[in-house]
Design a protein around this ligand. Structure first.
Ligand SMILES: Nc1ncnc2c1ncn2[C@@H]1O[C@H](COP(=O)(O)OP(=O)(O)O)[C@@H](O)[C@H]1O
Ligand SMILES: O=C(OP(=O)(O)O)[C@H](O)COP(=O)(O)O
Length: 400
């Protein structure tokens, strides 16, 4: 039994304005959604509320616009895919608060669905500002949090609203917590974690706790470059947060103390341009040309990672090993994903992966269905794994 209220406790929804926080931070390319998993996973809840005659008002963020409107982070381009998946037209409000939001909400009939523009267009969102929370709450009778993948953020729409409106966990929120608890509460050992991707500064700190929970930690993607730099290697023009060298060193020391083996790439696929089919070569990580970027792990690293997976009985994975959206820099991520999927199918591995881009990468590798569980969450999943209470979930509990 969950220790917070769920949609089952919300009473009749007919005519109610339901503020439904979802995560629509989906991978996009040229204005089109390239992986709709996060949308598909919230559709049942949208339909459930609409079918009961509730007015569904979707709140979501996109990208990191830093408190100001920025057209490149508009949610409008997502509307077509959202409507298609929901199976009926979804209205759009040009702002999530104020007059634009109020009139869009006022125009809703029972069972209608409305998407409001990016909550992060307002500085009050990330500051969890009480006045901004009040402005959001003005358009709802109740609040349902369905955004497990943003629950590690204590923002107005993920945390604040739960404190000012009757608050409930959505079906996906419930399902994610149930599945992760069942799959990973007492994982079969050894446990291997793979952490890659591009959100280095927001994820690096949590590796310090993670090394105490897992037996092996594979570091790939942009995260690996930061560690290679901390080891004194020249990573050329690679995505790398050089000012986080101390943090990387601290994590390597913590891993040693906790007997967690850190696996960094030994070789890398490098290129001079960040584009598909850019001229590329495989080099050892201590021979990266100063004008090149590491865009994927090399073949020797893939073999090492596959070998480590063979020793493990549980895999947790967030963050692609390379820039998988661009061929051939998807090679490492695809090969390792397929290897993990084969081990899972053979009953030798429990594999749990998550994150907006990681899910897209697994689908790209054709193994989205083959993993034991695929979460919509990346950073939130890793924080949950560390044992941290997620602010978005905690706020729901307080209302329980
Ligand atoms: N070596 C690299 N250089 C540049 N970008 C990379 C590299 N490796 C991975 N990435 C990028 O990381 C992004 C995904 O990172 P992140 O957002 O942290 O993952 P998730 O959404 O799964 O949590 C992808 O867009 C991918 O292209
Ligand atoms: O995409 C997300 O997280 P993820 O990249 O960890 O999967 C969430 O929407 C959170 O976004 P944020 O990391 O900008 O707060």
């Amino acid at each position: 039994m969950p220790d917070f209220r769920t949609l089952d406790d919300a009473g009749p929804l007919q005519g109610k304005r339901v503020l439904l926080r979802v995560d629509l931070n989906v991978p996009m390319e040229a204005g089109r959604v390239t992986d709709a998993t996060r949308i598909e996973r919230v559709v049942p809840t949208i339909r459930e509320i609409a079918d009961q005659g509730g007015k569904v008002i979707l709140l979501a963020h996109f990208g990191r616009p830093k408190g100001k409107p920025d057209p490149k982070d508009s949610l409008k381009p997502i509307l077509a895919t959202l409507s298609e998946k929901v199976g009926k037209p979804v209205a759009f409000g040009e702002d999530c608060v104020g007059e634009a939001a109020a009139s869009a909400v006022g125009a809703l009939k029972d069972g209608d669905v409305l998407l409001l523009e990016n909550t992060r267009y307002h500085a009050g969102e990330e500051k969890n500002d009480p006045d901004f929370t009040k402005a959001l709450a003005a358009n709802g009778d109740l609040y349902v949090n369905e955004a497990f993948s943003a629950a590690h953020r204590a923002h107005a729409s993920t945390e604040g609203l739960a404190r000012v409106l009757p608050a409930y966990a959505g079906r996906l929120m419930q399902a994610e917590l149930d599945a992760l608890t069942k799959g990973l509460e007492s994982p079969a050992r050894p446990v291997i974690a793979i952490v890659g991707g591009a959100k280095v500064s927001t994820k690096i700190d949590l590796l310090e706790n993670l090394v105490a929970k897992v037996d092996m930690l594979v570091i790939g993607g942009g995260m690996a470059n930061t560690f290679l730099h901390a080891q004194g290697k020249d990573v050329g023009k690679s995505l790398c947060e050089k000012d986080l060298s101390d943090t990387a060193q601290r994590i390597m020391a913590a891993a040693k103390e906790k007997n967690c083996t850190i696996i960094l790439p030994a070789d890398a696929l490098v290129a001079r341009e960040f584009k598909a089919n850019a001229e590329n070569e495989t080099v050892p990580v201590d021979a990266v040309p100063s004008d090149a970027m590491i865009l994927d792990v090399g073949a020797a690293s893939m073999a090492t990672i596959d070998g480590a997976i063979d020793e493990a009985r549980t895999l947790v994975w967030n963050g692609p090993l390379g820039a998988f959206e661009l061929t051939p820099f998807d090679t490492g991520t695809v090969a390792v994903a397929q290897h993990a999927a084969a081990r899972t199918k053979a009953g030798q591995l429990v594999s749990v992966a998550g994150g907006g881009d990681t899910v897209a990468a697994l689908n790209h590798a054709g193994v989205g269905e083959a993993f034991s569980y695929v979460s919509t969450a990346g950073g939130a999943f890793l924080e949950w794994l560390e044992g941290k209470e997620l602010p978005g979930v905690e706020a729901l509990r307080a209302k329980g």
